[in-house]
Design a protein around this ligand. Structure first.
Ligand code: ACO
Length: 426
């Protein structure tokens, strides 16, 4: 017999189907609840609500597990490449050598942007935050690539996915170059995805960027770690925007806007600022006291889903050491502060009780700084990497026959109906 859950409300008992996924908790299907019982559920922040069915990413927050299409993140970070992970997220399986060669070519050969896009950048102030530029530039892509905005055509959906993955590094590098007052650098097809991006950021006409395999590998790994994370705020934003039938470029621009916030993708910038503010190891106890007094948060700590060590943080910490060594910054005082702060927090009752562990952003700021990026670029790099997750989730949603426009309900606590009062009688 099919499993059901019962709720009693207003003197009535309503039976609801229970759904089971491959893993994770059981899910009570409340879709018919309003029709059958005339009640809504209340769940601001979606702490107990599954908004969709998905086959892309699985997280067990208690155990600290993150799987993409079933593969653990540490194995992907160690053995795979970002473009292979992109293929996996989009298609559901790891590619054969032939499939990968074709996919890689599709991406590498579409990294250039329309020449007119470059003019678009000139409209921004030089001191504009690169995330502000990204919101605008990515949104503008729908004005340039009309031939891949028909969401009902599977081929156009895939072309828009390829275009976004391919062109995002070019746009991100341009946002960086523009803020520096340096000329834009065109992509080069013979370079890998990560190398191409680093060269577009750090090459200047007077001096070309010199490839460094350790730094390129670290960049690629950082992209893998940020590629997808199931139904977080920005991904849910992309799905909600896309549920109305909006084109993929506009949806990804919405995701970028959501990612920008300091509680989400903006946390890596905030985490580095925090480490700088603490400055030296001897100031940590005073800082930790401020967190306990609730004057501020420990940025790069805590997660809505992970109540254990974020598995991405483990890989990021390792990458951080590798990069600092490669650039000769192994004695970076901020690394000492971060490691000591982590040690203290992991043993302190306040953090233990609340299950607060380092998340991916705790070590990513130090790593990205060592790679040569200023803090305002950190969230841009996150957006670049997350684009594949957003577009894979968007595609899955469009291809789901049960997909409906997203439209939450509300608990109304405003004034009951009343009559309009003329201005002279108020
Ligand atoms: N520092 C101090 N206390 C914290 C922190 C933190 N970073 N995070 C949570 N808490 C405390 C809360 O004050 C709360 O305490 P209380 O129960 O005594 O009131 C308790 O832990 C539970 O926290 P919630 O806010 O309910 O947790 P929620 O799931 O809503 O928030 C979030 C998760 C937003 C990530 C939060 O931990 C946070 O703001 N962290 C800092 C920002 C950050 O690093 N964000 C990156 C997330 S990862 C990513 O987006 C890639």
């Amino acid at each position: 017999m099919a499993e059901t859950a019962k709720i009693q409300v207003d003197g009535r008992t309503v039976e609801l189907p229970v759904m089971r996924g491959t893993d994770g908790p059981a899910v009570v299907d409340i879709r018919k609840l309003y029709g059958d019982a005339d009640v809504f559920t209340y769940d601001p922040g979606f702490t107990s609500t599954a908004s969709c069915e998905s086959k892309i990413t699985f997280i067990d927050g208690d155990k600290g597990i993150l799987l993409h299409r079933g593969y653990p993140i540490d194995q992907l970070a160690e053995k795979s490449s970002f473009l292979e992970v992109c293929y996996l997220l989009l298609h559901g399986e790891l590619p054969t050598a032939g499939e990968f060669a074709q996919f890689e070519k599709n991406i590498i050969y579409h990294t250039m942007v329309h020449e007119q896009v470059d003019r678009f950048f000139q409209g921004f102030r030089r001191d504009a935050h690169p995330m502000a530029i990204m919101c605008g530039a990515v949104g503008a892509m729908s004005a340039f690539y009309h031939d891949s905005t028909d969401i009902n055509d599977p081929e156009q959906r895939m072309i828009s996915a390829h275009r976004l993955i391919a062109k995002m590094p070019t746009l991100a590098a341009r946002a960086f170059k523009y803020s520096r007052g340096q000329p834009f650098v065109y992509p080069r097809n013979e370079l890998s995805y990560a190398e191409n991006f680093l060269r577009m950021c750090f090459s200047v006409p007077a001096e070309d960027w010199k490839p460094n395999p350790v730094l390129a590998k670290a960049m690629d790994r950082i992209f893998i770690l940020h590629a997808d994370h199931e139904q977080n705020a920005s991904t849910s934003t992309v799905r909600l925007a896309g549920s109305s039938g909006a084109n993929p470029f506009a949806c990804i621009a919405a995701g970028i806007a959501s990612l920008w916030g300091p509680k989400h993708g903006g946390a890596n910038e905030e985490a580095l600022n925090m480490l700088k503010e603490i400055g030296t190891v001897d100031r940590i106890p005073e800082f930790v006291q401020g967190v306990k007094d609730r004057r501020y948060l420990l940025m790069g700590f805590g997660h809505r889903v992970y109540k254990n060590y974020d598995p991405r943080a483990t890989v990021m910490q390792k990458s951080c050491h590798e990069v600092l060594e490669a650039v000769g910054h192994q004695d970076d005082p901020l690394l000492q502060v971060a490691m000591e702060l982590e040690k203290i927090a992991l043993n302190d009752e306040f953090f233990v009780q609340r299950k607060l562990y380092p998340n991916v952003d705790f070590y990513s700021g130090i790593t990205l700084r060592a790679l040569g990026f200023p803090p305002e670029m950190f969230t841009v790099l996150f957006a670049l990497a997350r684009t594949v997750g957003w577009i894979a989730q968007w595609k899955e949603m469009i291809e789901d026959p049960s997909q409906k426009i997203g439209r939450p309900r509300q608990l109304y606590t405003g004034s009951p109906q009343r009559d309009y009062v003329a201005v002279d009688r108020r």
